[in-house]
Design a protein around this ligand. Sequence first.
Ligand code: S3P
Length: 185
Amino acid sequence: MHLSTEQKSQRSPVLVGLMGSGKSSIGRRLAKYLKIPLLDLDDYIVEKDGRSIPEIFEQDGEAFFRQLETACLREVLGKDAVIATGGGVVLSEENRQLLKAHPPVVWLKASPDFLAGRIHGDRNRPLIAGGEALADTLKKIEDLADARYPLYQQCADYTLPRGDMKKPEALNAIIVFLTHWKEQQ
Ligand code: S3P
């Protein structure tokens, strides 16, 4: 595919991964480094709909949220911004095709153990809300990881193994990837 210089500069990284993997926080640092805005898909949805994510899930259900998510994904992809997506964005084939058409996609891969401690008790995340014990959250994340890892894998141009990696180190690894990736386009 031949792209003009302008089109190349518009190719912006899209971050995917499970809840709590750092898409928004690492995305914010990356956006600052690249001197482009951060576009957080969940924030975009909330702004567009006028309700919080838990309210949308509670009042209209997950299927409605997913429709909104796809519509919003279509609107934000291609913008000159770092795009931080919600953890479930890879669930639909339609979204996966959209993501593949807008590389580079970076998967922040983190283990359920790492994630459970970070997001346990977060009331803003309806899919893991409700469990009182950390073990309940861990089980939910493990189930999500089983279902979604292969989907993130399908979409990713680069997989960042979060592991124990601190945020500055993670940012650095993404910048190294992006530099190589851009050179190859
Ligand atoms: C979801 C993740 C959330 C949000 C919604 C559903 C998911 O985003 O989109 O609660 O299905 O994993 P974060 O990954 O930013 O928490």
